[in-house]
Design a protein around this ligand. Structure first.
Ligand SMILES: [Zn+2]
Length: 257
């Protein structure tokens, strides 16, 4: 079967009744058949320019532990970046970290619209529908985005094992940062290695912002989560912190009433 009819918006544990919803925008490095020849080798497609290695493994373990719905697009961010606004220059890149992406050069408006319509729109519609249903059912809901970053960027080593990225609502982020910093072995980035100014906060802002849901983006260095054991260990660590964060945020909102 070709993948023409395949919906690339994947939802797992959709009826999960825990207090979190998880998104993993860069889970996949898949190039759909209709975008081939894409012009990049499998070696290149296995690197972080095509996806966030290890992030889906962490997100799945976390989804199971927190009983959280999980959403991810099964398409490489080089085809279309679901964590970018439809009008962002970086939605469909013609180069990434100095490497040309041949299939995206001179892309027609029609093909750009097709990728938006086939990949970006259904992914965000699925998240939207889930959040609407949960808010209508008065289920407490916070949004977590799981990403990974490369330990070296343009030749420069990054010092962090994990970074927490957040916008104006700091409820969840402050709790995560405080809890992670308790571990002396961890260097914790605060709006590092990216911040909302880098346009990386699109999915979280789009869905959590208007509903005032607690939300944060967790960026894990990909050398921490290169295998199943690392992914499980980070998911366990994050799950414990998120359970405590939920208790604290719920307590604070009761106190405010
Ligand atoms: Zn990412």
């Amino acid at each position: 079967m070709g993948d023409k009819g395949r919906n690339p918006a994947i939802a797992e544990n959709l009826d999960g009744a825990g207090a979190f919803v998880i998104v993993c925008d860069h889970a996949s490095n898949r190039i759909p058949k209709e975008c081939e020849p894409f012009g990049l080798s499998n070696d290149v497609l296995s690197t972080h320019i095509a996806w966030d290695p290890g992030a889906l493994g962490v997100a799945r373990h976390l989804s199971a532990t927190l009983d959280a719905p999980l959403f991810w697009p099964d398409v490489s961010r080089l085809v279309i970046d679901c964590n970018r606004s439809p009008d962002a220059d970086s939605l469909i890149v013609v180069e990434s970290e100095g490497r040309a992406v041949p299939a995206n050069r001179g892309l027609s408006a029609q093909e750009r619209a097709r990728r938006l319509d086939r990949i970006h729109a259904p992914y965000h519609a699925a998240i939207e529908a889930c959040l609407r249903r949960r808010v209508d059912a008065r289920l407490p809901t916070a949004l977590i985005a799981i990403h990974s970053f490369a330990p070296v960027y343009f030749g420069k080593a990054r010092p962090w094992q994990v970074g927490i990225v957040f916008g104006s609502d700091r409820r969840l982020a402050d709790f995560l940062i405080g809890a992670l910093k308790v571990e002396p072995a961890l260097a914790v980035g605060v709006n590092e290695p990216y911040s909302p100014a880098d346009h990386v906060y699109y999915t979280v802002e789009r869905h959590a912002g208007p509903r005032h849901l607690p939300a944060a983006m967790v960026e894990i260095c990909n050398d921490e989560i290169g295998d199943e054991a690392g992914q499980r260990s980070w998911a366990d660590r994050l799950a414990k912190i998120h359970v405590a964060a939920n208790r604290s945020i719920a307590g604070a909102s009761h106190a405010a009433v």
